[in-house]
Design a protein around this ligand. Structure first.
Ligand SMILES: [Zn+2]
Length: 88
């Protein structure tokens, strides 16, 4: 591993996967403390909702759960949830 890879590793491990903010304490999932809570909460809500309403759209989720689109898109991009249509 050369020095660039090491630096790269260092920075990616210290940067939040959601807000790209610097992470003060080592975390396992790659989120800062602020995002960890909101992402986990949103993910739980969405998962639960999709189990009851498998055909729910992004707009449904936003309306019913009040989860920000930014978080929904993040979860989709990370492959943690899948939603049929994505018109936005
Ligand atoms: Zn963050």
């Amino acid at each position: 591993m050369n020095i660039d890879d090491k630096l790269n590793d260092y920075y990616t491990s210290k940067t939040c996967r959601y807000c790209q903010g610097l992470i003060q304490d080592p975390v396992h999932n790659g989120y800062c403390k602020t995002c960890e809570g909101s992402i986990a909460e949103a993910y739980g809500l969405v998962k639960q909702h999709l189990s009851h309403a498998p055909g729910a759209t992004l707009a449904d989720l936003k309306r019913d759960l009040d989860v920000p689109f930014k978080i929904l898109h993040h979860l989709i991009k990370e492959g943690r949830i899948s939603i049929y249509d994505d018109p936005l």
